[in-house]
Design a protein around this ligand. Structure first.
Ligand code: NDP
Length: 451
């Protein structure tokens, strides 16, 4: 991943990003992937890669970093760091989740906000891109501690968000419980009930059907479209889903509904292999209700499930792999193992889970590969449906909302395929997604003038 790997017209732009953002390796990786995909444009439509567009797109509109003090149950004081990067609002209000995880830093939030901008453009909905979070670790914290942290976080963030300004949602470590505490504090400080300021809300207080399921269902619908192009389906396929959080659980559910068998899931401690197929009810009980580790799943499941501490899920033979945990979880050795065991399709549920080296291995082996900005866009797309329902004081039923999601994923798939065909590399979902999204954002930025 160096500037010399890029088209000569694109090299100065990437060098400038490296110079201005030192040490931000995840952000560099995300920018490199996008710029690399613009190679066909650099030859055909050089007006799109002018300094005034490409460099502006790589510079967030606004970056907010703030102190988050809070007190734990024993009375001890903790200081965390909060972030909100408002990356690009050419297509609509900033939109993107909040991540609470000890690894969070500015580089990670910027890479996520950058990716979000293009993902949101691909959905075809009027939303810009942003991302935020904190290096707070929610693991093992009581509900009261989580609430105090969320209230402190929101006491600063409230002034930067709003229905027409910036609309956060969940991500790693931020689910329905956290959104409730954050939204509650916003309502308390501002004194009005502005449902459209958050998405991922509970169903009884402004949330949308299918939002919880949307990212996991969406990546599975996208993979189904990829299989359909090849005349195949999920029926009878053996599937790996990494992670065991929100995205992973609902990918497991939808794969099973479509006739596939998920044989393994993981968390940051290890992997569970369950040859009979993951027991969804048990997985939900352990992870969503009891908030326990996968070792508890294996213990409760008995004979058919085996937990391996620290193991790599990618060593397990499969037809389809859905990385749904975190960034850079699928590296070159993981991709080599997947290819050696005959994988045919990899679609990302997580954001940037596959390293550039691993992507090369998959593409060289002609494995169908979809980048997260296309395949995991179902979450934010359903968030935009939640915003629509809030704006019209309406709520839709599960079936019609799921049908909308499925149609949106099919449309995103179509946009990727069309752009890849048009720019001369059929089947290259990375190039297709990046070119389709970039040109859409760039057109809007040009139309709005130099701002
Ligand atoms: P959750 O916090 O619900 O779950 C994350 C899961 O990943 C947990 O099971 C966690 O395990 C596991 N995990 C974290 N790090 C590792 C690791 N190094 N190896 C293996 N497993 C790991 O988050 P989400 O499911 O919401 O998000 C997952 C990914 O999907 C993220 O990349 C996120 O940005 C992306 N995404 C999420 C969307 C959403 O709607 N939620 C939308 C679009 C993308 P443990 O409990 O041990 O930490």
């Amino acid at each position: 991943m160096s500037a010399s790997d890029l088209h000569p017209n694109l090299q100065p732009m990437f060098e400038e990003v490296l110079r201005r953002n030192p040490g931000e390796s995840e952000f560099h990786q995300a920018v490199f992937e996008l710029i690399h995909s613009l190679t066909p444009i650099a030859g055909k439509q050089p007006e799109y890669i002018k300094w005034s567009i490409l460099n502006r797109i790589c510079e967030p509109e606004r970056q907010i970093i703030f102190r988050v003090p809070w007190i734990d149950d024993s009375g001890a004081v903790h200081i965390n760091r909060g972030f909100r990067v408002q990356f690009n609002s050419a297509l609509g209000p900033f939109k993107g989740g909040l991540r609470f995880h000890p690894s969070v830093n500015l580089s990670i939030i910027k890479f996520l906000g950058f990716e979000q901008t293009f993902k949101n453009a691909l959905t075809g909905m009027p939303i810009g891109g942003g991302k935020g979070g904190s290096d707070f670790d929610p693991k093992g914290r009581s509900d009261a501690e989580i609430m105090r942290f969320c209230q402190s976080f929101m006491t600063e963030l409230y002034r930067h968000v709003g229905e027409y300004r910036d609309v956060p949602a969940g991500d790693i470590g931020v689910g329905g419980r956290e959104i409730g505490f954050l939204f509650g504090q916003y309502k308390r400080i501002t004194g009005h009930y502005e449902s459209g300021v958050f998405t991922g809300k509970g169903l009884t207080w402004g949330g949308s059907q299918v939002r919880t399921e949307a990212t996991g269902y969406g990546v599975t619908f996208f993979a189904e479209e990829m299989l359909r192009v090849k005349g195949e389906s999920f029926d009878g396929k053996r599937v790996l889903v990494s992670g065991s959080g929100n995205v992973a659980i609902y990918a497991v559910e939808k794969v099973a509904q479509l006739g596939g068998t998920v044989v393994a899931v993981s968390d940051s401690d290890g992997v569970v292999l369950d040859e009979k197929g993951i027991d969804l009810d048990l997985l939900k009980e352990v992870k969503e209700v009891r908030r326990e580790r996968l070792t508890e799943y294996a213990a409760a499941r008995g004979g058919s499930a085996r937990h391996t501490a620290g193991g790599s899920i990618w060593d397990i033979p499969c037809d389809v792999a859905l990385p749904c945990a975190t960034q850079n979880e699928l590296d070159e050795s993981g991709a080599i193992a997947l290819v050696a065991n005959g994988v045919r399709l990899v679609a990302e549920g997580a954001n940037m889970p596959t390293t550039p080296e691993a992507i090369r291995v998959l593409q060289d082996a002609k494995v169908l590969y979809a980048p997260g900005k296309a395949s995991n866009a179902g979450g934010v797309a359903t968030s935009a449906l939640e915003m629509q329902q809030n704006a019209s004081r309406d709520s839709w039923d599960f079936e019609s909302t799921e049908a909308r999601l499925q149609q949106i994923m099919s449309d995103i798939h179509g946009r990727c395929v069309e752009a890849a065909d048009e720019y001369g590399d059929p089947g290259n979902y990375v190039m297709g997604a990046n070119v389709a999204a970039y040109t859409k954002v760039a057109d809007a930025m040009v139309a709005l003038g130099l701002i």
